[in-house]
Design a protein around this ligand. Sequence first.
Ligand code: 6PG
Length: 266
Amino acid sequence: MGRSTDATPGVRLVVVHPDKQVLAQAAAARLLTRVLDVQSVRSPVHVVLTGGSVGIATLAAVAGSPLVPAVDWSSVHLWWGDERFLPDGDPDRNETQARTALLDGLVAEHGLPEANVHPMPGPTSVATPEEGAAAYAALLRAHAGGQDDEPEGLAVPAFDVLLLGMGPDGHVASLFPGHDGLAAQGATTGVHGSPKPPPERVSLTFDAIRSAREVWIVAAGAEKAEQVAAALADGPVTEVPAAGAVGQARTLWLLDAEAAGGPSPR
Ligand SMILES: O=C(O)[C@H](O)[C@@H](O)[C@H](O)[C@H](O)COP(=O)(O)O
C-alpha cells in the first residue's frame, strides 16, 4: 500500500510505492480496475499505452493478473503516446514490447480484436515521422465522435487513461525539453533529433495528452527524482515537459520511493 498525497484535490494525486516492482503491480491493478469501472458505464474504453521499463513492466503485471478475464477486451481500444520510428517488429518499438508483454496474449486468449490495437506507423508503412504522425491523426479522427466530453477542435477519442513514462530529463511521450514538438499543433507530431535514441519518433502532442480524462505518469528510480519534483512544482514545460501532462479529470503520479525523492514508505 502506498502513501498518497492529494496535491491538488480532485485534480492531481501522487502515490508512492516502495519500489519499481510494487509500482508496476499497483499500476496494473489500478489500470484493470479503471477499465472495469469505465466499462460498467460506457463502451468503448480507450487506453493509451507507453513504452519505457515501468510502462512495459506494468503491462506484464496486467498480463499476470487474475482480473484479466473480468475485462471485456472486445470493447477496449489501445493506442500509444509515442513510438520510435523503427520497422514493424523491431524489438525497440514500444508496440513490439507491449505486444510481447501483454497484447499478444489478450488477442490470442481474451478476445481483444487485433483491429482494436492501434500502433503508430513506422518506416514499414510510411516514409517519414511526419507521414506517420498524419496517418495516426487520421486514425484517431476516425475513432473520435462517440463521447460527449471529447475535446472540441481536436479529433481524438476521449481517452479514459493515458499512460506516460517520464525520462530523467523530464520528457513524456516523445516531447523533449527545448524541442519543437512541445509547441506542435494538432493531435500528433513527427519528431527528429530526439536526445534519446532513436532520433526519429512519432508522438502525441500536449493538446492530445491534455484531452485525456485521466493522465497517469509512472516513474521509478532516483535519477527521476529531480524532474519529478520540478514537475510537481509546476516547473516550465519547456524544461520539464512532464509538468504539462495533465488530465481533464485527474492526473495521477505513480512513483516509487526513489523517484519521489525519499525513503521507502514501507
Ligand atoms: O520512447 C521512449 O524512448 C520511451 O518510451 C521513453 O519515453 C520512456 O517512456 C521514458 O524514458 C521512461 O522510461 P523508463 O520507464 O524506462 O525510465
